[in-house]
Design a protein around this ligand. Structure first.
Ligand code: SF4
Ligand code: SF4
Length: 478
């Protein structure tokens, strides 16, 4: 479960807040956590992300005492309480994952942007370099490389990133046509993903999104005032008005299969619940938040001191989602629904994401990197389109970044849900948001149990069947 914050580029300088922040030390036992809901006491086991109902408060209190000050082996405690607390061998140990076949490749088709946003991690798309567009031959070579590196017959995803990828409109259209032809010839169904500010959308783009299996993610930072305060359009004008015009074009000419909004949260963002409901009201299939942790202007950063307020606002949104979903009404709060479905599937993993494993990103110059946020960073260079992915570099990344090998993650109960934090964020800023991450996941655990009781059919909905399935069973009776 990637609990994504957002990192920006900062100009060189001595700002103290640019230094990696020490992570808050985890509290409690690394392997289990007792929590309570409106339906009693429950047990979360990190191994397999399993959730159990506990029979009574006495058992819960005994487990909490043991978790704080173990007075014997876990096996003995399990026998004493008659609980299935441990599985041998554990589902995850410190063994690095094998490098998997490539499943997804993002193309940085336009390393430039038409907006100028103070909180942008990508330095307006340039990633610290000069603005540049990806040549067509490079983009086609990226598609060929993805298909060559994929498992036989597997679905693949081609992503379009920027800057603003629709500034390279012609190339995006050409790549979609090429990838579908090449995918059909090699036996790979191809899906597409594109992240955009939606300000330069044209009718032909909307028709492209509707005609092919696209997920489109739109950067939305609030209502008109909130969005325009963060997203400055050169020459004036309202970026929000242009975004709304883009949404109208999507309604008129064709809507993508999945249309998501992603909100970058800064200290200037208004009440998150208002922003969430504004996004839902605009018709997005999903609205999600990511805190900005480092920005070119530190005034846009959520700091260790302000994460508490961010958590409180996230929980307020989560409570609203819980109430609405419990009543059988749709409420597409992306962070919440993603977390609950991952808990339901028993998702557990030793990495925050597929970066450097099944996912790579191609720069405009043909270099391969672990992900789109790490373009240009030599520490995360993963080969080139010409030479292919660097297997040794990917193996090194998977060995170094295993959550059971990281401090203080190895003693954190949330480690197999969190995965140790986004590589980009951890490298630049350390782990300033750990208390937030654990607080959010603790809330989601309670909400998961309460939603299971209120609306058990929710987890049989189609969203439950989509995407990769982690492992393990669901909430179990002890
Ligand atoms: S696993 Fe996540 S929440 Fe836990 S210490 Fe590591 S980064 Fe922080
Ligand atoms: S490393 Fe890249 S893919 Fe992974 S969570 Fe961070 S931004 Fe996302």
């Amino acid at each position: 479960m990637t609990v994504l914050l957002q990192i920006g580029r900062r100009p060189p300088g001595p700002a103290a807040s640019a230094l990696p922040a020490p992570a808050a030390p985890p509290t409690g036992h690394p392997d289990l956590r007792v929590f309570r809901s409106a339906h009693g006491a429950h047990l979360f086991l990190a191994d397999g992300s399993r959730v159990y109902d506990l029979p009574d408060e006495r058992t819960a209190a005994r487990l909490e005492r043991w978790a704080t000050a173990p007075d014997g082996a876990l096996d003995e405690l399990a026998r004493e309480l008659g609980l299935p607390l441990w599985e041998r061998p554990p589902r995850i140990d410190g063994t690095p994952a094998e490098v998997p076949p490539l499943a997804s490749l993002s193309l940085n088709v336009m390393q430039a942007c038409n907006l100028s946003c103070g909180h942008c991690y990508a330095d307006e798309g340039r990633f610290g370099g000069s603005a540049r567009a990806m040549p067509r031959a490079t983009a086609f070579a990226a598609v060929d490389r993805l298909l060559a590196e994929a498992a036989p017959g597997a679905d693949v995803v081609v992503g379009f990133m920027g800057g603003e990828p629709l500034l390279a409109r012609e190339l995006v259209h050409q790549v979609v046509a090429y990838a579908e032809r090449a995918g059909a010839a090699t036996g790979h169904p191809v899906r597409f993903a594109l992240t955009t500010n939606l300000t330069v959308l044209r009718p032909e783009d909307a028709r492209l999104f509707a005609a092919h299996p696209f997920t489109v993610t739109v950067s939305l930072d609030g209502d008109r005032a909130g969005h325009d305060a963060l997203r400055r359009a050169p020459g004036g004008g309202s970026a929000y008005d242009r975004l709304r015009a883009g949404l109208a074009l999507l309604e008129r000419h064709g809507r993508p299969r999945h249309l998501a909004a992603r909100v970058s949260v800064t200290p200037h963002t208004g009440r998150l619940l208002d922003v969430l409901e504004h996004g839902i009201g605009l018709g997005f299939d999903e609205v999600g938040f990511a805190a900005v942790v480092s920005a070119p202007d530190p005034g846009y950063e959520i700091t260790a001191d302000t994460f508490g307020g961010f958590l409180a606002q996230m929980v307020e949104c989560g409570e609203r989602a819980l109430a609405e979903l419990s009543a059988g009404r749709r409420y597409p709060f992306g962070n919440f629904e993603t977390a609950l479905h991952q808990l339901h599937r028993g998702t557990h993993r030793p990495y925050p994401c597929g970066a450097g494993a099944g996912y790579l990103s191609a720069a405009a110059d043909g270099g391969l990197y672990a992900c789109h946020r790490l373009v240009g960073d030599p520490e995360f260079a993963m080969g080139s389109l010409a030479e292919g992915p660097d297997r040794a570099a990917r193996e090194r990344l998977l060995a170094q970044r295993h959550v059971d090998r990281a401090e203080p993650c190895r003693s954190c109960w949330a480690r197999y849900l969190c995965g140790g934090g986004c590589h980009h964020e951890v490298t630049r800023r350390g782990r300033p948001g750990c208390d937030y991450i654990r607080g959010w996941l603790a809330f989601c655990l309670r909400a998961y149990v309460e939603l299971c009781e209120a609306a058990p059919g929710y987890f049989r909905a189609p969203a439950d069947q989509a995407g990769p399935v982690g492992a393990a069973g669901r909430r179990e009776q002890s």
